[in-house]
Design a protein around this ligand. Sequence first.
Ligand SMILES: [Cu+2]
Length: 161
Amino acid sequence: MRAMSPWLSSVHSWWLALVGAVLFILTGESRPVLGEISSPTLTSVDQTQEEEIVVKIRLRQFEPPSVTLQRGRKIKLVFQNLDSELHAFVPTNLFVGVNLNVSGNGAPEFTDKGFTRVIIPPDGRAEIRFVPEQLGTFQYLCDMPGHDMKGAIVVQERSDR
Ligand SMILES: [Cu+2]
């Protein structure tokens, strides 16, 4: 037998699940075969779904001051500036070697070390999409002159597996 491509093999297992469901319906086997079928489906949906976490910036403070992300899970981290002045999100180490996407109406800055900060206008927002890979606590700050603003991003092991 020929080796199956990953795509074919996922179609293959999906097909097996479908056959299982049909057999269940036809034979009326007692306990929920459906539960066994739906759990792999949920897992695959979960892997593509991103989690959204919003940090509000109000009165020169990050709210909440600490957020927790799960390693390996797609995240959309949103900074929402509710003040009438500029703020910046300046990460330390969290994004070293990490692919990310910055959207919103902020002004992101990149150097040869990667993403270094994003300046967020009054009533503006910055959205950072990435997959955290490194465990730990990562401090961040706002480096606007006179602003003493700090926050933390905690990356922990996924709890759902
Ligand atoms: Cu600030």
